[in-house]
Design a protein around this ligand. Structure first.
Ligand code: NDP
Ligand code: 2IT
Length: 452
């Protein structure tokens, strides 16, 4: 990416104001920096966006709700957590985005996620605004009864701020089928209404087929599309995947189905390297280990006799393709350099903002394919959007139809990135394309509303 001196000056001046107003919020600042470095040059010759202060308004959440969540642990101790909902922008639809339960959750992380969600949801072309929420509650060392009591307490307060036409949360790190079930049940008890206030629900109570698979599958479809443009495919490619939760599991499943060889997975304690490749049977072992037993990935290494690397990330293992699917900032410039030097040709971000800005620059300089999270992991929220439609219509669509819709949606997102990010015949800046395509629709809706 080449930025002229005058654009760089405008970007620096915009960012210094943003940093002053959002002190210490480094993840939020990072997400904004990445977006404005493309949008400021893009709107240079579009004075209306500037006059109407669209970018300034887009960088200020509509509101943030912060609340206390008290619950009782199994020993009878009273515990106090902090709950949040960032309602970032509802210009193109009700606020929509996940809930994260992780000890690291803070306002900066949720603001970055809600900001990114706004552009991502716009890329799906479905009527969804951007939001994100969660808590610093750590579900990992808790019993299911403790998780239930926490979820009930959390929803008791959150229920004041959400609704099928207002704000529809879903899962994210630490929030899966179990937590969604507890929260939906509590909302139903509080309101005596069965209504689509959450997505990612169980199939028995209003959930959509393939929502569980959608994020991981979607990231692989995005990769497939990028490779196709270069006359390549996944068949025979060695793939690194980080994480071993919802997104990583289904990214691995789809890679294997399409002939890729997945050699790594990780969790917050380390990664496993299986040079023979993780096949369907081994993946089923991981799904049971991480989703049902809630155990550590290191057990895979013991069970299958492969290497386990504690406290390390998988990026130094030679491979053709990488799917970071764990968390933000899990690839730094050194990791990116190792990937490039080992011959990696493409990255698709399953996690949100897993690549640091310096690392993105390494990929760009090396000219390798890079699908940013707002495009690559939009499949999950897209199927959430279709879950909302099914709930509103009180209908359930067939699994095969949704499989086709997901594939189509990811092709469409790829094509939007190409439309706005094409640099030459088959050279595309996907980050530029995703940022501009995502921005345009939200910005135009904001223009239509005037000053609100
Ligand atoms: P899960 O909770 O199912 O899994 C998270 C995985 O990432 C686990 O393997 C976890 O390890 C690991 N992890 C979490 N935090 C860290 C950390 N600080 N350092 C290293 N590893 C970590 O979450 P998801 O799979 O749902 O989410 C993964 C990523 O994908 C997140 O960035 C999320 O925002 C993004 N995403 C999720 C979507 C969804 O539909 N679920 C949609 C779009 C994006 P451990 O088991 O040790 O905790
Ligand atoms: O980051 C994301 O897109 C999600 N966690 C999914 C959001 C959703 O509403 O399905």
């Amino acid at each position: 990416m080449n930025i002229s001196t005058s654009h760089q000056h405008s970007i620096d001046s915009f960012m210094s104001g943003l940093i002053r107003r959002n002190p210490g919020e480094i993840e939020f600042q990072q997400a904004v920096q990445e977006v404005v470095s493309y949008i400021i040059p893009y709107i240079e010759d579009k004075p209306l966006y500037k006059e109407m202060q669209i970018l300034e308004r887009l960088c200020e959440p509509d509101r943030i709700v912060i609340f206390r969540v008290c619950w009782e642990d199994d020993k009878g101790n009273i515990r106090t957590q902090r709950g949040y909902r960032v309602q970032h922008n509802n210009s193109i639809g009700p606020y929509k985005g996940g809930l994260r339960f992780h000890h690291s959750v803070n306002q900066s992380i949720l603001k970055f996620l809600a900001f990114e969600q706004t552009f991502k949801n716009s890329l799906t072309s479905l009527p969804m605004g951007g939001g994100k929420g969660g808590s610093d509650f750590n579900p990992k060392d808790k019993s299911s009864n403790e998780v239930m009591r926490f979820c009930q307490s959390f929803m008791t307060e959150l229920s004041r701020y959400i609704g099928p036409n207002i704000d529809v949360p879903a899962g994210d790190i630490g929030v899966g089928a179990r937590e969604i079930g507890y929260m939906f049940g509590q909302h139903k008890r509080l309101t005596n209404e069965f209504t689509g206030i959450l997505t990612g629900k169980g199939l028995e109570y209003g959930g959509s087929p393939i929502r569980v698979e959608a994020t991981g599958y979607g990231a692989v479809y995005m990769m497939e599309e990028m490779l196709k443009l270069q006359n390549q495919g996944l068949e025979g490619k060695t793939c690194l995947i980080s994480g071993s939760g919802n997104v990583a599991q289904y990214a691995a499943e789809k890679c294997i189905q399409l002939g890729g060889k997945v050699v790594t997975l990780s969790d917050s304690s380390g990664f496993i390297h299986d040079p023979e490749g993780i096949n369907e049977e081994k993946l089923a072992y991981i799904v049971d280990l991480k989703t049902n037993k809630r155990a550590r990935i290191s057990e895979y290494a013991v069970h299958y006799g492969v290497e386990y690397y504690p406290d390390q990330r998988p990026w130094k293992i030679p491979a053709d393709i990488a799917f970071p699917c764990a968390t933000q900032n899990e690839i730094n410039a050194q990791d990116a350099t190792a990937l490039v030097n080992n011959g990696c040709i493409a990255i698709a971000e399953g996690a949100n903002m897993p690549t640091e800005i310096d690392a993105i620059r390494v990929f760009q300089k090396a000219g390798i394919l890079f699908a940013p999270s707002k495009a690559a992991n939009a499949g999950g929220v897209a199927i959430s959007g279709l879950e909302m439609s099914q709930n509103s219509g009180r209908i359930t669509w067939k699994e095969q139809d949704l499989q086709n819709r997901l594939h189509e949606l990811m092709r469409d997102i790829h094509d939007q990135c190409v439309e706005y990010g094409r640099e030459s015949k088959n050279k595309v800046d996907y980050l530029k394309g995703a940022n501009i395509a995502g921005f345009t629709k939200v910005a135009n809706a904001m223009l239509a509303y005037g000053v609100v």
